[in-house]
Every structure is written in C-alpha cells, then in structure tokens.
Design a protein around this ligand. Sequence first.
Ligand SMILES: N[C@H](CCC[C@H](N)C(=O)O)C(=O)O
Length: 268
Amino acid sequence: MGEDMVTHTFYKYQGAGNDFVVIDNRNGLFDSGNVDLVEHLCDRRFGIGADGLMLLQDVADHDFEMVYFNADGRQGSMCGNGGRCIVAFARDLKIIDREADFLAVDGVHHAQVHGQAGWISLQMNDVDLIEQDGDAYILNTGSPHYVKLVSKNTLVNFAVVEEGRKIRYSHAYRDGGINVNFVEVDGDGYHLRTYERGVEDETLACGTGATAAALAVAWHNGVDGVFQTPIRVQGGNLTIRFVKEGMRFTRVFLEGPATFVFKGEIAW
Ligand SMILES: N[C@H](CCC[C@H](N)C(=O)O)C(=O)O
C-alpha cells in the first residue's frame, strides 16, 4: 500500500450471523449520501462484505445515533441485530458501560449489555397493529415484515430466496419492499428463515424479523400474557420478550449475541 494512500478504519460485528460494517463517524466525515460507496463496502467480493453498514454518530441528549444502510447502499429502516451490534461497538469504544440510550431511524432505543458473553438486550418499539395478507401477518417492528407460518420440518429444505423474492417483488410490495419471514414451531420456540429487503437475499438472522415472527405467532395463537420466545435462526439463537394485551405489544426486547469480528483499514 503506497504511503500516500488514504485509508479509513472500519470494524466488523455480527449478531447471530447477521453481519455489519461499523464505522465510528463521530467526526461526521463519512459521505452518507454515497450509495455506491456503501454498496462497495458491503460487497462480499470487491469490498469488506456485510448485510449492512452502520455509522455511530454523536447526537444531543443520547449516548449516540445509529445510521443504518442496507447492503444495497441505501439508508434503511431499523435494524434489530445492527442495533445490538452497535451497542457492543459503543461499549468497546468505551462510550457506554452496560446501558445504552441511542437514537435510531425509528426513535430512541434502550439497551443492556449482559455479562462478558456479549449478550445484548435491545428494547424495540411497541407494536399495536398486525394486518393480514391471506394467511400471512404484516407488521412493522422498526422494519416492515411479512410473516408466514409453515408446518414443522418445512424450513430445512425450503427455497427461502425463491419464495421470498416472489413475495417481496409481488404487486403489493414491489415498490416499498418488505422483509419476508417463514416460521415454524421448533421445540419450545420457533425456527425462522428470512429473506431481507435491501440485501435481496436470505440473511442468517434478522432481528426485526425475529421480533415480528414472535409477535405474529402470539397473535395467531390468540393468548395474552408475558412471553419469552426462543427463536432459532440460521446463524444462532435469539430471544424475544414482550407483553401481549390483545393487539397491543409492549416491553418488547430483542436479545442475543453481538460479536466483534475484526478491525481493518480500507481505502476509498
Ligand atoms: N433489511 C431490513 C433492515 C435490516 C433488518 C435486519 N437486518 C434486522 O436485524 O432487523 C429492511 O430493509 O427493512
């Protein structure tokens, strides 16, 4: 690398296999409008490789601000696993200790860091609307989700990308896009596979998707109460905690691992 080449520091984190480039942008120098740059950095051959990219920024009245981009380079809606990973990043930068209060595209989030295992609990917004599209459930947990319940032992050989793409590009969702989730009963919890908008592929985990799946299943079962739902995803395990009273879901928490992978330098 030539001495005069300008390089930039980046970090890689992953949450149950949903992986992110994370950049400390407290100096505000990152060109947030550069779609090609973000897409390049997320490219798994020509760049670093990730499902998404996040900027950590300073903001008044909160520990930090999270700005999220999907791998297609465009600013996205809320990313649950990304939210958990940026809290781990803020801890590693010593911006926070074990509690965080940060601003994201869907408002303020509180998070807790549990123990050294990097288990992060992220509070998600309340949900009070679940609609139906045929036998699927449509709800927004910070990002829009289509949740289809499938029978046991379906997901092991399921064409997630093909079936997910059909729905995501169908007339109803073509313009705004939607994340497509397939969920089946799995022991005392559920197994989930997700086709993600903006990645336009299956991801190994989707935090807002796991949250949407847990709430949709509780709605489908029609029982109120306090829930703690294990969700097995391709990249690991997540837990969703929430209180259901009719169609109102409160105290919603997405919990799971958020792991530092590596730090690097890249020229752009
Ligand atoms: N692809 C999603 C955003 C990221 C969601 C996912 N990575 C998560 O953990 O919630 C969308 O465009 O709606």
